[in-house]
Ligand binder design. Sequence first.
Ligand SMILES: Nc1ncnc2c1ncn2[C@@H]1O[C@H](COP(=O)(O)OP(=O)(O)OP(=O)(O)O)[C@@H](O)[C@H]1O
Ligand SMILES: [Mg+2]
Length: 271
Amino acid sequence: MERIQAAIAKARAERQGNREIASPNRVPGNTGAHDIREMWKALPTHPLDPKLSERNRIVSSNHGAESAAFDLMRTRTLKMMQENGWKRLAITSPTAGCGKSTVAINLGLSLTRRDDVSAILMDADMRRPSLADKLGIRRNYLAADVLRGAADFSANACRISERFAVSTNDRTVPNSSDLLQAPLVSDILDRIEAEYAPTLMIFDMPPLMVNDDTIAFLRHVDCAMLVAAAEHTSIKEIDECEREIASQTNMLGVVLNKCKFNSGNYGYDYY
Ligand SMILES: Nc1ncnc2c1ncn2[C@@H]1O[C@H](COP(=O)(O)OP(=O)(O)OP(=O)(O)O)[C@@H](O)[C@H]1O
Ligand SMILES: [Mg+2]
C-alpha cells in the first residue's frame, strides 16, 4: 500500500510539471506526407476464431442482441471523448478479474463497426497480459517493447477488423511500473497517433488496487473507465478508485459488469 501511495504522490507531482504532455486537448501530430490508409493496410490481419470468441465472451464483432450493451457504451464513450477532445482511454478496475480485458476488446470491436471510427488497443497489463490469449494471437508481439521505444508498433500489432488494431504482450514484463511511467511513453504514443491517426487508443490496464502500474500510466491518457464486478467490488473500492483516477486524469465512467439481474444487457450496466 505504501508503494502505491508513493507512486500516486510521485505521479501527481510529475503530472503537475508535465501539464503540456498530459493535456487532454492533445491532438495527433501532423501526419505529414505518409498515407495513413497504407499504414493500416500494412498491419497483418488476424481474423477472430468464432469458437474462441464465444468462449472468451467476445460478442461485439457483429451487430446483435449480445452487443447491444457495448454499442450503448460505445456511443456514450465516443460522445464524451469527442466533446472533450480526449483520445486515450485506460480501462482499469479495483481488483483482478472484473472483466477489463473483455470490456476493452468488446468496446473496441463495437466502436470500429462504425465506419468513421478506428481504434488501437494496447495491452498495458505487463504482469498478467491476456489479450493475446483471448484473441488467439500467437505471434511474438511485445507491446512493452513498443512503449519503451525498443520496437516498432507495426512489428507488434495486427488488425482484428478493418479499423481495429491490437498490440499484445506474449509474456509478462519485469519492472513494469518503471516502464509505464517513463516520460518517453507519451512521445511514443504521440508518434503512433501521428502515424495511424486512430479515433482513439484504448489501454487494457492491470487492477488499480493491486500494484502501482496503472497509477503510473494514467499520466499518459486523457481519461479512464472503471470496471466493477457485481457482487464482488464494494462501493468503498469504487469510491477509492474514482478518487485516485480523478487525481491523475479524467473519469469517463463506471461499468458494472457481471450483473445477473439487469435489463438483458449481457451482464453489463454502464453509468
Ligand atoms: N459479463 C460477464 N459475465 C460473466 N463472466 C464474465 C463477464 N465479463 C468477463 N467475464 C469473465 O471473467 C473472467 C475475467 O475477465 P477478464 O479477463 O476480462 O478480467 P480482467 O479484469 O481483465 O482480469 P485481470 O485483472 O486478470 O486482467 C474471464 O473468465 C471472463 O470471461
Ligand atoms: Mg485483464
